[in-house]
Design a binder for this molecule. Structure first.
Ligand SMILES: [Zn+2]
Length: 416
């Protein structure tokens, strides 16, 4: 099927999330709902969810599991998404269904089935709730003109830490996510918001197997003691919280920043979350709210993380944002590279200055809804230079993996 044939096809629901496009006997296109196409597998999965529902001790969780079983058989996921948003106290969680649309490279309409089985980390979840409460105060202190920080961020963002017991389907294919933000259904988002889930043990695996080895190649020896897991975890975490800071409507005509900045909006928004995440960590350290480790840990780990992330490719929104920040920091002297060893060192004071000026720049572009400036910033700075590429090649030469794979399942857990 060509893109054109699909576009010319007069068929209601053809851009839906949960159907296959097939040909009938006469060669005409037709839709087959997932619930029909995968009926026997879905019946098995639904039956297991119902059994789990009977075992679940948390009433809301039990209810969600049986609603999700219904959803798998009907392709109607909204009611169970609503129920998922209402769950607050369950320590076990399950994400299951056709959810993300990245596999549909033609139109990004169709979703792929995936599943996560999760255990909530109660201690970290409490810390996160505590940090989210600082958002309004941190918003007021943002290093930008008052008119760009007049919005009041919500403090009820549902942000929790989990350990993942099992990844399946799409979530276990290709790159492994370390944070989930769901549901995707905008109707549910409008009614109930979203939940942000931080996957702690998956982060730990990437830290041990990738970030530490990267730092042994690219971070100056006398700064390597600053590569720590708590710093990596909090940097990732505060990235998520920082999405809540800044500005959602332009100061020029009140339109949505997302629409004003068009295709550059997600790269700039990711760039904002990264830099304001670091800003939050800095302020909370200064206030004495973060007790473990020192601020320099966050900075050096942040730099090493840029090398990790950029290996996923500079084409994606995250990749572009990473490169833009890397090149900006470099120009500002936030880090230096020793030409002898090819290793990088953070300059603490200049790092703070660069963090402040980049925050200011991004918030201003967003607030002005300045598409041209956004595009200019990303086009000029969102690229991998020759020197950096050579350094990244040293990581491949050292056999440092780009991502982890999981050995998981009943056998590993020694369950029958
Ligand atoms: Zn983000």
């Amino acid at each position: 099927m060509t893109k054109k044939e699909f576009e010319q096809w007069q068929q209601p629901g053809k851009d839906g999330l949960y159907s296959l496009v097939r040909r009938d006997q006469d060669g005409n296109l037709k839709l087959v709902p997932y619930s029909e196409a995968y009926k026997s597998d879905l019946e098995k999965a639904a039956e297991i969810l119902r059994q789990a529902s009977e075992l679940a001790e948390d009433e809301q969780f039990a209810n969600y599991l049986s609603m999700r079983a219904d959803a798998l058989l009907s392709d109607d996921f909204r009611p169970s998404d609503m129920a998922w948003m209402d769950m607050k106290d369950n320590e076990i969680d399950v994400v299951i269904g056709p959810i993300e649309n990245y596999e549909d490279q033609l139109f990004a309409y169709r979703t792929a089935y995936e599943s996560y089985v999760l255990l909530k980390d109660m201690e970290w979840s409490e810390k996160l709730a505590k940090f989210a409460a600082f958002l309004p105060e941190l918003q007021k202190g943002l290093p930008v003109d008052d008119k760009y920080k007049s919005e009041v961020p919500g403090t009820d963002s549902d942000l929790n830490a989990y350990d993942v017991v099992f990844y399946a389907g799409h979530s276990n294919a290709g790159s492994k996510t370390i944070a989930i933000n769901l549901p995707n259904d905008e109707e549910v988002q409008l009614a109930k918001g979203t939940r942000r889930l931080q996957l702690k043990n998956a982060m730990r695996a990437k830290f041990d197997k990738i970030l530490v080895p990267i730092s042994e190649v690219l971070i100056a020896e006398d700064q390597r003691q600053h590569i720590t897991f708590p710093a990596f975890f909090s940097n990732t975490m505060f990235h998520e919280v920082a999405h809540g800071l800044g500005i959602k409507k332009t100061v020029t005509d009140g339109s949505n920043v997302r629409q004003a900045l068009k295709e550059t909006s997600s790269a700039l928004e990711e760039g904002k979350a990264d830099i304001l995440g670091l800003y939050m960590v800095t302020r909370l350290h200064e206030k004495g709210e973060i007790e473990e480790g020192e601020l320099m840990d966050n900075y050096v780990t942040f730099l090493a993380s840029i090398f990790r992330s950029v290996r996923f490719g500079a084409a994606s929104a995250h990749g572009k944002a990473n490169m833009m920040r890397f090149n900006y920091f470099k120009e500002q002297g936030a880090f230096t590279r020793d030409p002898e060893t090819g290793q990088y060192s953070v300059d603490f004071d200049k790092m703070q200055e660069a963090m402040t000026s980049l925050s200011n720049l991004i918030l201003t572009i967003q607030g002005d809804g300045d598409y041209e400036k956004s595009k200019e910033l990303l086009d000029s700075k969102g690229v991998v230079g020759a020197e950096l590429q050579a350094d990244l090649d040293r990581l491949s030469d050292a056999d440092i993996p780009v991502d982890v794979t999981f050995i998981q399942g009943k056998e590993v857990l020694e369950l029958k």
